[in-house]
Design a protein around this ligand. Structure first.
Ligand code: MN
Length: 231
């Protein structure tokens, strides 16, 4: 191909136990998918799932056992952590039923949906799109993927984030308002999923601001730990 510019590099995630990589196409994110997080954001009840996206190049892949450095972004005074279970899709499709969803899942990882909360809040107030709050450069540190063939289907398990050794978020995947299979059903009704898509499934309560110098350690359901430093 005769490109006028060199094409952007493909973003990819490490895979536990192999030197193969998982190429990332799109990053879908689920909003308010734990009751107590919805409450802390000022909402109640089980609303239909809703989605937003981050650009693939917002992903900051971590190698097994290594920390990643995530730059503190411009324009914000309230940069929040959101620890999330990440689902990696290896088989695409549209209108996938919840019952068929597991066969589309390649594996799982732990990720952070970092958010310029002050700018997101302003967007909500003004009825504007969220990109400036959510689609932030380096806002999606993600650990190595554990293949489903290794860990089995994940439907429960502790999810936790510590900042400088202190627990700030702690819940269980079983508390997802819309479970992973239901998320895939809803998502694939709106977009045709493709191999390489990843889904950030939502964050539990306890979201809070970080500052430069903080170290976040994210764990979920026995998956590879993600360590991210704010620099
Ligand atoms: Mn989130």
């Amino acid at each position: 191909m005769n490109y006028v510019l060199p094409p952007s590099p493909i973003v990819s995630l490490a895979i536990q136990g192999t030197d193969q990589r998982f190429p990332v196409r799109r990053v879908y994110c689920v909003g308010r998918n734990y009751v107590e997080h919805a409450v802390e954001m000022g909402f109640t009840g089980r609303e239909p799932p809703f989605f937003f996206l981050k650009p693939a190049d917002a992903v900051l892949p971590a190698a097994a056992g290594a920390a990643v450095d995530a730059a503190y972004p411009t324009l914000t005074k309230n940069y929040h952590h959101e620890v999330e279970l990440v689902v990696a899709i290896h088989k695409g499709g549209k209108n996938i039923s919840a019952a068929d969803a597991p066969s589309h899942i390649f594996g799982y990882a732990v990720g952070l949906d970092m958010t310029r909360r002050d700018l997101q809040g302003e967007c909500k107030k003004q009825g504007r799109p969220w990109e400036i709050g959510k689609a932030v450069d380096q806002s999606a540190p993600i650990g190595p993927i554990t293949p489903k063939t290794v860990c089995g289907e994940i439907t429960s398990g502790a999810i936790e984030l510590t900042v400088n050794g202190k627990t700030t978020q702690k819940s269980d995947i079983v508390k997802l308002i819309w479970n992973i299979n239901e998320v895939i059903e809803h998502l694939s009704a709106a977009w045709e999923l493709q191999p390489g898509d990843i889904i950030m499934t939502g964050t539990p309560e306890g979201v809070a601001a970080v500052v430069t110098g903080d170290t976040m350690v994210a764990t979920c359901a026995g998956l590879e730990t993600l360590t991210a430093r704010v620099v």
